[in-house]
Design a protein around this ligand. Structure first.
Ligand code: ASP
Ligand code: MG
Length: 423
């Protein structure tokens, strides 16, 4: 926070700072929610106390001025009192969302106090007053725009605004959220809503890399990506950016920069409308994929077969990622196993169903790659020893996806790094 305060005050233009929770907090809150849901109040109480201690230590380093320290203690007391009260009332899903919101409420209030101590002028904008989602959990960009503009207008002379990422209100007026990692999404929505000149996402790595740095030794940051390339990468595994955060920026033409708080001068990754140059930019892996194959001779020369199959996935609100078909079979993948049993049961009348769990999607991403013959040759040439279960080629000109068993993930990422990037 000390460091961020200097980063956000270096700018000449007015800034809206969207803060996530402190590292580990949302995970701890999820655990607390689960313990309360299970009725394990004693363990929940222990987890709440442990988190409270963490915050007490945190503010000791954060602020020094006596009045501000007292205010910070009051903030912590307020939010932990809330958690302790929740312990006594009966659990519900909407209450759980309130629990999850505490992380961002705490981080923004504490950051605001630190700015107060440094006598840095700023305004704390409550996200719950403008960030909202509809019946399908989709952000209501129109209303966000109207409300946020009004809030900002009320503070004409301010140049620095702080708000919470992740949290929002749903159609029932309850506290809700934009799902894990949702602060990126909040930032992109806000940038779109106010027509920002740029949306900067500050994390602790130098932008997107050409491969997964946790798995492959030598990786390099990617300087520039188009929105399309970034969307493919974010969705297919590059953990650095919430996948949904691409579309608001893309639609409202706000460039996105992925920057590193630890190396603020590093170039990071810029995501903008056009791709600079063709060719492979990156590979990424998406874990926990389930492949489903539906084999049926009735599919031969039939029409409407695919519609019937996809209706099943629609009914169980399960997104399908990859699809390949032959004349008598369809293979597709999902990453949400919550309704798998029901889905398989409803697919059974269509033919023989095979389910392969523990697969990963490996995506090779770059502008126009599927049009470059040499590239395709290089790609398959470098992974000849790996059993590929499915290939998706040509769906988008910027992506080739391969499905392989999870045990080959490390090997394929390494081989592609060598084969495609010479690293
Ligand atoms: N605090 C939330 C989470 O951990 C949102 C975020 O970090 O972007 O998922
Ligand atoms: Mg986060």
């Amino acid at each position: 926070m000390h460091h961020i305060a200097s980063l956000v005050t270096e700018q000449n233009e007015p800034v809206i700072v969207v803060l996530s929770a402190l590292a580990g907090t949302t995970n701890a809150l999820i655990e607390i929610g689960e313990l309360i849901a299970k009725g394990d109040r004693q363990m929940a109480k222990q987890a709440i106390d442990k988190l409270e201690k963490h915050y007490q230590t945190f503010i000791r380093d954060l602020v020094k001025n006596k009045t501000i320290v007292a205010k910070a203690k009051a903030v912590i007391a307020e939010h932990f009192e809330f958690l302790n009260i929740i312990l006594k009332i009966s659990f519900s899903e909407s209450l759980n969302k309130d629990i999850l919101a505490q992380g961002e409420l705490l981080s923004t209030k504490l950051f605001s106090l630190y700015l107060e101590e440094k006598e840095i002028d700023h305004v704390l904008l409550p996200a719950l007053e403008f960030m909202s989602i509809d019946n399908y959990d989709e952000p209501q960009i129109g209303s966000i725009k109207v409300k946020l503009t009004q809030l900002i207008k009320a503070h004409k002379n301010s140049k620095l605004f702080i708000t919470q990422g992740y949290i929002c209100k749903n159609v029932r007026g309850e506290v809700d959220n934009l799902k894990r990692g949702g602060s990126d999404y909040s930032a992109s929505l806000i940038a779109a809503a106010i027509n920002a000149s740029v949306c900067e996402i500050w994390t602790d790595i130098d932008g997107m890399h050409n491969n997964d740095p946790r798995i492959v030794k030598k990786t390099k940051p990617i300087e520039q990506l188009s929105f399309e390339e970034a969307a493919e990468l974010a969705y297919f595994g590059a953990k650095i950016l919430h996948p949904a955060s691409i579309w608001p920026a893309q639609q409202y033409k706000v460039p996105v920069k992925l920057l590193n708080t630890m190396h603020p001068d590093a170039k990071g990754t810029t995501i903008s409308e056009k791709a600079e140059g063709v060719g492979v930019k990156a590979v990424a892996a998406k874990d926990n994929i389930i492949a489903i194959r539906i084999k049926s001779s009735r599919m031969l020369l039939a029409y409407g077969f695919l519609r019937k199959i996809f209706e099943v996935f629609e009914k169980y609100r399960t997104p399908v990622d990859m699809v390949t078909t032959s004349e008598v079979a369809v293979s597709l993948t999902i990453d949400n196993a919550a309704q798998l049993k029901e889905i398989v049961k409803e697919l059974e009348p269509f033919g023989t169903i095979e389910v392969d769990k523990n697969q990963v999607i490996i995506s090779v991403v770059g502008a126009e790659i599927s049009q470059t013959e040499a590239m395709v040759k290089k790609l398959f040439g470098s992974i000849m020893n790996i059993p590929v279960r499915m290939v998706s080629y040509g769906g988008s000109p910027h992506n080739i996806s391969l499905l392989v068993p999870a045990e080959f993930k490390t090997q394929i990422l390494q081989q592609l790094n060598k084969g495609m990037f010479g690293l």
